[in-house]
Design a protein around this ligand. Structure first.
Ligand code: FAD
Length: 526
């Protein structure tokens, strides 16, 4: 207890001292009493919680304080107080980054998640659905699961998703937000009408395509560099009631990708003549059975995949869904049949299940609960996500799935699915490969502290480096998604042609470079 009080006092002093530096001297009382309606905390439990993320890879980066805001104005007050004092400020959505992107070492973390608000803090308003206008207004720290729950009360739901819903709206919009619906609706950043943003200068601005448009496009996919999203207006549609969820297997990679590319080319078709979701994954071991992303069970086909011959020990699984309303089951059966007939999967490898829409969207959470119960969730996650151009996906298969990964157990799912570039707004900050179609390849692996060398953090991290090096050496112009680099030169290469715009926007909206320093893109001012 006594130690805690001493540490707390030291943390408070550090905070006050750091705020007193800089050209404009901020009275020491100012930060702790900047007049927020929420709470600025230096409690150890808060500092601890803001010091690590889902990746559990980086060294802990402790902030000096954590703000639990009660409003967008609180966020603006804090940023204003930090501006000019070179105190870094990072919004933390749900802390589901891998490499400390939401950290603010020796700065202030703004805990955006409503679920983490304090009892003393006035409750932030929940999502507000406007049925006729077909949108929902949400707090930037809202979790997507809450957005879904609230919109479903009105028979509506957002159009574009991530596979996992315990992520914050501001967090996914700062990256892109992708899943099997992206080929059709675009990423989540293509489904936002308006955002409220607190810039690095502490200004609170409403932005859209028409209003403050430079800031609007800057923050979408902007890695938290230009402002903190405090509200987003998200497009919604009539919510389907049920989902037919289908998996089919391939042993030949080209056949698998040709079918995926064919399915995403149907994006302009009426809903009856396309699927609603197209993903896929690579099975280099018993992955279909041990795939933690879902507890998929096909009553119509309980066959074990060990009976299927694979090409070089690797199988590929196409995952597709069809949404529908309860009454038109026969019509849905026919539509699915017509689409499946055009595909070239291994005969008799159709796995089908049927479930409520919300259960499909929330599928990964069920797997999370299982892993948590086994102590396998809070482990290091050396994840690697890459966008690979369509023209080089065969080379990637040969070099990585059949090459670098070898016959080793993969330690987690490997997703692979294509997307249409024309669904991505080039005015946003995100970068994608320079081709009309590109693939997401996601290595979602968990490291374990076991005797098995191939499951250790060191081994998996090294393998990630090998994969990136392979792309460079083979001239595959891949781009990292949820990117992580440690030097500005690497960031300049990542952004390529977009770097000048990214830099100019930074100088305009966060000239002191105080925001989201955990991304390690710009050197914070001193
Ligand atoms: P954080 O990790 O807290 O923050 C991420 C970055 O955004 C930080 O730089 C932070 O400062 C900034 N930020 C956070 N909130 C705001 C805000 N309000 N305004 C401005 N900047 C902000 N991604 C996909 O696209 N598709 C998926 O299917 C998918 N599945 C996932 C499944 C799991 C289990 C996990 C752990 C992650 C998954 N992700 C997926 C990645 C996810 O999109 C990122 O981790 C993203 O950062 C969202 O997480 P978060 O809300 O916890 O943000």
């Amino acid at each position: 207890m006594a130690t805690n009080i001493i540490i707390l006092t030291i943390a408070t002093c550090l905070l006050l001292v750091s705020l007193s530096f800089g050209l404009t001297v901020v009275p020491t009382e100012q930060l702790l009493h900047i007049g927020v309606d929420g709470e600025l905390s230096v409690e150890l439990s808060d500092l601890d919680a803001a010091s690590f993320d889902f990746g559990r890879l980086s060294l802990q980066a402790e902030p000096l304080a954590v703000l639990h805001p009660a409003s967008a104005e609180d966020v603006a007050r804090l940023v204003k107080a930090a501006t000019g004092n070179c105190l870094s400020v990072s919004a933390r959505g749900h802390g589901h980054s891998i490499n400390g992107q939401a950290h603010a070492e020796n700065g202030v973390v703004i805990e955006m998640s409503r679920s983490r608000s304090r009892s003393k803090t006035p409750i932030l308003a929940g999502p507000r659905v406007l049925e006729k206008e077909r949108y929902v207004d949400v707090w930037g720290g809202e979790l997507w699961i809450e957005v879904l729950r609230e919109t479903l009360k009105h028979g509506l739901a957002p159009k574009s998703w991530t596979d996992y819903l315990y992520l914050s709206v501001g967090g996914t919009l700062s990256n892109a937000g992708i899943s099997g619906q992206t080929f059709n609706h675009g990423p989540q950043i293509s489904n936002v009408y308006e955002v409220d943003v607190v810039t690095g200068k502490g200004q609170l601005l409403t932005c859209s395509e028409e209003r403050n448009s430079e800031l609007f496009y800057a923050v979408l996919g902007g890695l938290g560099q230009f402002g903190i999203i405090t509200r987003a207006r998200i497009a919604v549609e009539l919510a389907p009631q049920r989902v037919r969820w289908i998996r089919v297997l391939y042993s030949n990679f080209s056949t698998f990708t040709k079918d995926q590319e064919f399915l995403i080319s149907l994006h302009g078709n009426p809903a009856s003549q396309r699927f609603d979701y197209v993903e896929g994954f690579v099975i280099v071991d018993e992955g279909l059975i041990n795939n933690w992303r879902s507890s998929f069970f096909s009553p119509s086909n309980p066959v074990k995949i060990t009976s299927v011959n694979s090409d070089g020990g690797v199988l590929y699984c196409l995952e597709i869904t069809k949404n529908y309303h309860g009454h038109n089951v026969d019509a849905i059966d026919q539509e699915i049949e017509a689409l499946l007939e055009k595909l070239h999967f291994i005969p008799n490898s159709v796995f089908t299940t049927d479930l409520p829409y919300v259960d499909f969207l929330d599928r990964v959470h069920k797997a999370e609960l299982k892993l948590r119960s086994k102590g396998l969730w809070d482990v290091p996650h050396p994840w690697l996500n890459i966008f690979v151009p369509k023209s080089r996906i065969d080379d990637f298969d040969k070099g990585v799935f059949k090459g670098i990964l070898g016959n080793n157990k993969t330690s987690g799912p490997i997703l692979i699915y294509p997307m249409n570039k024309n669904k991505w707004d080039q005015r946003s900050s995100v970068v994608t490969p320079d081709e009309d179609v590109f693939y997401l390849v996601a290595f979602l692996r968990s490291a374990l502290d076991t005797a098995e060398e191939t499951r250790t953090l060191e081994y998996l991290t090294n393998q990630n480096r090998q994969i990136l090096r392979f792309c460079d050496d083979a001239g595959i112009k891949a781009k990292q998604y949820l990117p992580h680099y440690t030097t500005q030169k690497e960031w300049m290469d990542h952004f390529g042609d977009k770097w000048d715009q990214f830099y100019r926007r930074k100088m305009e909206f966060d000239p002191q470079r105080i925001l989201a320093t955990g991304q390690v893109i710009f050197k914070p001012c001193t």
